[in-house]
Write a protein that binds this ligand. Structure first.
Ligand code: OGA
Ligand code: MN
Length: 346
């Protein structure tokens, strides 16, 4: 390395956001200096991709702790069952594996509930305190060419590109977010979800237009979880929310990352370019407060393991709690427990 050259470097993936990050040694605790570079990188780019990080569960959790406070509000375990990723209750299981080790079958309840991940969203906007960074790690990927990519959308640029009239119109909108709203949209025939009526379960309120404090840029904090606009009916809100989501998920604001299998090469699909690399993507970090994401699904579903594990960090910006009471905890697990008639204890 040349003297004076920065140790941690970023290689942009898209004209407006996303970058690959090089130069961090994940084989030992990440140095404070590198943690700060990663923080700066994610604030600027919104999504960072790391290759060959080769984190295991313990180091994934340890690295996440270096970046912030871990949220575990999304981990649901049926009473009497063992959490698949135990003892790592800090990691959320976002893979396609049932508790008995079998692959989630297409059309099953788990499959249907997971369909909501295919809509553009941010993680946990439906919680009173939202999350900031998500660190998603590919533990085991399906065979190359069977899908399983993840797409990202740049909501800061999407906001900046709105015309002034539109910005004026939406500037004070407050959105009510519900996990059940996105889940029901994505799986309208799921019987269990018929019971999960957003209005009868937990929801959280966040301003739509807000400053992304880490980058000092304005952002549109929106997601498929957005159920209605404060003070508006659901019917009146729906087309407005849909139009904003459509705007932010146009091709020009998005790119897809194709995760690849051990030893295979990886293809990054950008907006208008395709980059090929020989390395394997192991982990990525994204800022939920300025980037949406979605799982792309694919042929692997029902056939091959896609074992993804996520550490999710609580947001600590001044708008982390939105307009929600700061003494409330996430209601999602109690919604599920209530619907199933069980008590939830991880
Ligand atoms: C998530 C998520 C997408 C994917 O972990 O929050 O939405 O591609 N994942 O698995
Ligand atoms: Mn997600």
């Amino acid at each position: 390395m040349a003297v004076g050259a920065p140790k941690v470097t970023f290689d942009p993936l898209h004209p407006t956001f996303g970058a690959e990050c090089y130069g961090v040694d994940f084989s030992q605790p990440v140095t404070e200096e590198d943690v700060n570079s990663i923080r700066d990188g994610v604030a600027k780019f919104g999504v960072l991709v790391f290759r060959n990080a080769e984190l295991d569960d313990a180091r994934h959790v340890a690295f996440a702790r270096q970046l912030g406070e871990i949220d575990s509000s999304t981990i649901f375990v049926m009473p009497g069952q063992k959490y698949r990723l135990a003892p790592f209750h800090e990691l959320t299981d976002v893979g396609n594996i049932e508790p008995d080790g079998s692959i989630v079958e297409k059309g099953s309840l788990t499959y249907q509930i997971g369909q909501g991940n295919k809509l553009y969203h941010v993680d946990c906007s439906y919680n009173p305190r939202r999350v900031g960074l998500s660190i998603l790690r590919a533990h085991k990927l399906p065979p190359k060419g069977t899908g399983g990519g993840t797409s990202f959308a740049d909501t800061r640029t999407a906001y900046e590109d709105l015309d002034d009239d539109k910005k004026e119109k939406i500037k004070d909108y407050v959105l009510w977010h519900s996990i059940w709203h996105s889940r029901r949209l994505a799986a309208p025939d799921c019987e269990f979800l018929q019971y999960m009526v957003p209005e009868k379960n937990s929801m959280a309120r966040h301003k739509l237009v807000q400053l992304h404090e880490l980058s000092n840029r304005m952002n549109m904090y929106i997601a498929a979880h957005a159920h209605h606009i404060d003070g508006w009916t659901k019917e009146k809100s729906e087309p407005v929310i849909e139009a904003l989501l459509d705007h932010a998920s146009q091709d020009k604001y998005t790119f897809r990352i194709d995760w690849e299998n051990d030893g295979d090469f990886i293809i990054w699909v950008g907006n208008d370019k395709v980059l090929s690399q020989v390395n394997q993507t192991k982990e990525m970090t994204q800022d939920n407060t300025c980037v949406m994401h979605r799982a792309c699904g694919g042929e692997f579903e029902g056939k091959y393991v896609r074992d993804m594990r996520r550490a999710t960090l609580l947001d600590s910006s001044s708008t982390a709690w939105g307009l929600n009471p700061t003494d409330e905890t996430s209601g999602m697990l109690s919604d599920v427990a209530r619907a199933l008639g069980v008590s939830q204890k991880v």
